[in-house]
Design a binder for this molecule. Structure first.
Ligand SMILES: O=C(CO)[C@H](O)[C@H](O)COP(=O)(O)O
Length: 219
């Protein structure tokens, strides 16, 4: 399979040692660092905020791929941008004017992503595809790591890949949720070029990170 970029979700890292964990995945071959931001309102879990993103920034130069599962979202874009996010991904359901949210992210000089929940159709991208840098297909309902991959999302990945090709733009297609060495292959075959993996990266502890990332890349 083509080799995808791997963006380990630090949701599955040891939160008591987050800086070390970020350095360890960087050294183990992670391409990006995926930061899951949850507010206990848009999704039923609470994780981390911009202060933690800022504190982690000095531990790696790899791009910070920040997935905001918060509502309202517009209020916090600037803080995450200043904290060191490189890519900021939002859900269309997180506010009334998602096009404006994308413009705000771009206005902050950051790459903008749109995340599609399992029940959100690819069609949602029709009037956004010309503005964005990344599409994140959620292959679990957002909120928690360690869930099983929802295989109906493979059709959506294929549909989004076609939309990206038609747009002629350079847009990443990222998949998040239940990604392991086996589902990684299915996602890449369907058209994904970036894979988020929490459990499958961090399982077995730091000594395993390099092998886990290599397996996700299909090596
Ligand atoms: O966004 C997320 C949940 O909302 C996580 O990034 C995702 O679930 C990754 O965890 P795992 O690889 O363990 O499934």
């Amino acid at each position: 399979m083509a080799q995808p970029l791997i963006s380990p979700s630090i949701l599955s890292a040891d939160f008591a040692r987050l800086g070390e964990e970020v350095r360890a995945i960087d050294e183990a071959g992670a391409d990006w660092v995926h930061v899951d931001v949850m507010d206990g309102h848009f999704v039923p879990n609470i994780t981390i905020g911009p202060a933690v993103v800022k504190a982690l920034r000095r531990h790696t130069e790899k791009p910070f791929d920040v997935h905001l599962m918060i509502s309202p979202v517009d209020l916090y874009l600037e803080e995450f941008a200043e904290a060191g996010a490189d890519i900021i991904t939002v859900h269309p359901e997180a506010g009334p004017h998602v096009h404006r949210t994308v413009q705000a992210i771009k206005g902050l000089g950051k790459k903008a992503g749109i995340s599609l929940n399992p029940a959100t159709p690819a069609k949602m991208l029709d009037y956004l595809i010309d503005e964005i840098d990344l599409v994140l297909v959620m292959s679990v309902n957002p909120g928690f790591g360690g869930q099983s991959f929802i295989s109906s999302q493979l059709r959506k990945i294929e549909a989004v890949r076609k939309m990206i090709e038609k747009s002629g733009r350079d847009i990443h297609l990222e998949v998040d949720g239940g990604v392991n060495a086996e589902t990684a292959r299915l996602c890449v075959d369907a058209g994904a070029d970036v894979l988020v993996a929490g459990s499958a990266t961090f399982k077995g502890g730091p000594d395993r990170y390099a092998a886990n990332i290599a397996a996700l890349k299909g090596r």
